[in-house]
Ligand binder design. Structure first.
Ligand SMILES: [Mn+2]
Length: 293
């Protein structure tokens, strides 16, 4: 195995779901030391106590970071846009009332849902990539969403996104709005899928016919290596084609980084405080709740 693919001199590190745990992020970065680029696997915001500091930091560091949007980031953008009701359980109040919130969120809504730099072999996505999609297809689907979310009619797009649940398979999409819901669901919140391509948008698999998305992808597609987050209960996975980096920081477990400009990737972790001991409301905010608001 070669030990020398691109090698940015000070390293490129991918980081799992921060979820507003800015103190943990600072601690992890001091553990990492110097770096050239950070890839953030999405769900930067919400659930944790410091979404405000986290987004202010990301905005200030924007030239040195690459990020993809996760389901909680889309939820936060929606809340800022006044789409969906405030939930007592989210932790976005300080961020939403910041005088720079407009700057932060206009920047955030321009961010991609899929990223590769064309040099490193890794592709960054928050949740999943459909096994019918080549890497070029995945980039194309993500661009369709990014174009809508960063474009002039972005609020209409967001409202439409939550009007109904995403179709559970591509073949069931009957309109462009359905297709956008499916793309967003796969890229930002999918976990379980059957071999025939039927997703379950649930935390747990409904039955044993459902596989983790990556098992189906790797069985069907000969190429494609992914850095992802989103799945804290599955935890850290380090495989030849997968770096799953959500190791449950916001649940009092670890925040993880992977150095990805060398082969093999290496992991840096810090232990996080159990937020159940910190007086912020405990949360159960998933994007699908917005449409009932
Ligand atoms: Mn997520």
């Amino acid at each position: 195995m070669s030990n020398d693919f691109v090698d940015t001199p000070n390293g490129t590190y991918a980081i799992g779901d921060v979820q507003g745990c800015f103190s943990a992020l600072e601690q992890l970065l001091s553990q990492v030391g110097s770096y050239d680029f950070l890839w953030l696997a999405g769900d930067l915001l919400n659930r944790g106590p410091q979404s405000h500091a986290t987004l202010a930091w990301a905005y200030a560091q924007q030239n040195g970071i690459r990020l993809v949007l996760g389901n909680h980031d889309l939820y936060a953008i929606s809340r800022w846009a006044g789409i969906g009701k405030a939930k007592k359980s989210d932790t976005l109040a300080a961020l939403l009332s910041d005088r720079r919130a407009d700057d932060y969120f206009h920047w955030l809504r321009q961010q991609p849902l899929f990223y590769s730099d064309g040099k490193l072999p890794w592709n960054l996505v928050h949740a999943a990539v459909d096994a019918e999609w080549s890497l070029a297809d995945a980039a194309g689907h993500a661009e369709e969403v990014q174009r809508a979310l960063s474009g002039k009619n972005w609020k209409r797009f967001l409202r439409g996104l939550w009007e109904s649940e995403a179709p559970r398979r591509w073949a069931d999409c009957r309109s462009e709005a359905d297709a956008q819901r499916f793309r967003v669901a796969v890229l930002t919140r999918a976990r379980w899928v059957r071999e025939d391509g039927l997703y379950s948008w649930t935390n747990e698999a409904p039955d044993t016919s459902y596989l983790p998305w990556h098992e189906r992808y790797f069985a069907q597609q000969p190429a494609g290596k992914f850095v992802c987050g989103h799945w804290a209960t599955q935890g850290l996975l380090v495989q030849e084609r997968l770096l799953a980096l959500d190791s449950g920081c916001v649940w009092g477990r670890q925040l993880s980084a992977a150095r990805i400009d060398r082969d093999p990737a290496t992991i840096v972790q810090i232990q996080c405080n159990d937020l159940s001991t910190i007086p912020v409301p405990s949360i159960s905010v998933e994007l699908e709740t917005i449409r009932h608001a």
